[in-house]
Design a protein around this ligand. Structure first.
Ligand code: FAD
Length: 490
């Protein structure tokens, strides 16, 4: 089915809004009149909400899943064009990400993993275009340059970050790490500038902005340190973990496994195209009101709306002041992700950077399309930001700045203008994590707040963090409700 979200451009068809996805749920709702009061209402059907919903329904908890979009997956979803999945958001997973890998294993999907990279074709090189000029290098030289530069960037402790952050899933274990809480990426680059070649500086900036989706000034250094630690303090391992292994069937197929398992229990009621506007709590009952005036009640609510849109929902009692403040301040990630089908099978081994004078910063070959062409994916950020659908010519120009390319198709989702996300994966501003994280994670009475944006673990901001967060919330709620029902039988 076609989602109303996403954009598709071809030279003959022009720009079309909406793309097909396995994540679209039809019929869009299954609520019966008799469904008056639920055990739990889960707001949001991203991986956090899907995991919580699956875990609750399979434990016998009557759950209502409410989602503003026409599909599951939230910031992770794939379009299926001619049977080929283009990932609009979350894509890459790895066995070093424990929560997501456990789920892949549980659903028997380990053999669905494929490489984005394939270094066997003719254009097997990296293009590097900066203010110092344009040149190409081998992927080995590329890795060597980025690795050297990133080591300088993270080496705040003479031990490449291992001393200050020995446990990425317990990031403040060494309290000395808090010294870096207010440091921006730009501040850190300034500290080591004397020791950086122009190439290394461009390498750091382009790679870190790929990770943060922000600007060097507004992106926190601490978030990068955590990614680095979770990636085993090694550039190549970090790359393998965050940008190499994806699902052949597409993320939406994975997300469906959660949804289908929940549905099969008969404990799941759901409604899509259902935007939540209010959440009112009284005496252990929570009333959730939709923008179109419907109201539902439950004993508990798990709200999974992400940081940048959380404060758009009116809560009574009101959201904690810190939650509102953080949501209004917003995280910085305005990543632009654009897929291009390139009419050249030999581009399959290519990658490149054009920085800082292009609207897209990093590009890499990501697959082979059914037509036998190369699928490349390009990333931009808040610095030099572009709304791809507003100016397709400019978007095509940005793609072609990497290398001469005959573009047969563009596919993308504008996360900045997305009313249910207003940005991509979380990347905090300097100081923001330490100031707000604990409050963001805190429940308010019968309402729990779960999302990858404030997941406890090392892979916060990833699918892994979403699954971790949804697992925790479901476990808490299930324990409370099943404790209550045991007590009422006494
Ligand atoms: P979300 O997916 O945002 O889910 C929240 C849900 O709540 C959404 O479906 C939303 O529509 C709904 N909602 C919000 N407000 C309301 C409301 N008022 N009423 C009803 N519903 C509402 N992660 C990786 O692991 N690997 C990657 O390669 C990767 N790449 C990424 C690339 C991009 C471009 C983006 C955007 C993200 C990427 N991520 C990646 C991050 C990953 O996608 C997210 O961390 C994860 O999907 C977040 O899941 P979530 O359920 O916590 O939040």
């Amino acid at each position: 089915a076609k989602s109303s979200e996403g954009w598709h451009w071809t030279p003959s068809g022009g720009l079309v809004a909406g793309i097909p996805s396995k994540g679209v749920i039809q019929p869009s709702q299954n609520i019966k009149q008799s469904d008056a009061v639920f055990d739990v209402i889960v707001i949001g059907a991203g991986y956090t909400g899907l995991t919580a919903t699956r875990d609750l329904t399979t434990s016998g908890v009557k759950t209502l899943l409410l989602e503003g979009r026409d599909r599951i997956g939230g910031r992770t979803w794939s379009s299926n064009i001619d049977g080929y999945p283009y990932e609009m958001g979350g894509t890459w997973v790895h066995w070093f990400q424990p929560h997501v890998y456990r789920e892949l294993s549980r659903y028997g999907m380990i053999n669905e993993l494929v490489h984005s990279t394939d270094f066997t074709k003719k254009h097997n090189y990296f293009s590097f275009a900066t203010r110092s000029g344009r040149r190409t290098m081998s992927h080995e030289e590329e890795d060597e340059m980025f690795s050297r530069a990133m080591q300088k960037f993270v080496n705040v402790d003479g031990n490449f970050g291992k001393t200050v952050m020995p446990f990425p899933f317990d990031a403040y274990w060494n309290k000395n790490v808090l010294k870096y809480a207010n440091l921006s990426v730009a501040d850190r680059i300034a500290q080591i500038r004397h020791d950086l070649s122009e190439d290394e500086r461009h390498a750091i900036e382009s790679f870190v902005l790929l990770c943060s989706g922000g600007t060097a000034q507004n992106s926190a250094f601490l978030d990068f340190l955590r990614w680095w630690a979770a990636g085993n303090y090694d550039y190549r391992t970090l790359l393998d973990t965050i940008i190499v292994f994806k699902l052949k069937c597409g993320q939406s197929e994975f997300a469906r496994r959660f949804f289908n398992e929940a549905l099969a229990t008969s404990n799941l009621a759901y409604s899509f195209n259902t935007v939540i506007s209010r959440v009112d709590s009284t005496n252990n009952t929570v009333r959730v009101t939709t923008r179109d005036g419907r109201a539902f009640q439950a004993k508990r609510v798990i709200c999974t709306a992400p940081l940048n849109v959380l404060s758009k929902i009116a809560f009574n009692p009101p959201l904690l002041a810190e939650k509102t403040e953080a949501s209004k301040l917003k995280h910085v990630n305005q990543c632009v992700k654009v897929h291009a089908e390139i009419k050249d099978p030999e581009m399959r081994s290519w990658s490149g950077v054009t920085y800082p004078d292009n609207k897209l910063v990093i590009g890499l070959a990501d697959g082979k399309t059914p037509a036998g062409y190369t699928h490349c994916v390009f990333f931009g950020c808040d610095a030099n930001h572009i709304h791809a659908e507003e100016n397709i010519d400019e978007t095509l120009k940005a793609v072609k700045k990497f290398a001469p390319m005959d573009v047969n198709r563009l596919v993308f989702h504008n996360w900045s203008k997305d009313e249910f996300a207003e940005g991509a994966w979380v990347w905090y501003r300097p100081g923001m994590e330490v100031k707000y994280l604990e409050a963001l994670r805190r429940r308010q009475g019968a309402v729990l707040f779960a999302n990858s944006d404030w997941a406890a673990g090392g892979w916060r901001s990833f699918i892994d963090g979403a699954i971790q967060s949804g697992t925790e919330a479901a476990l808490t709620v299930r324990g409370e409700l099943q404790g209550e029902s045991r007590a009422s039988h006494l």
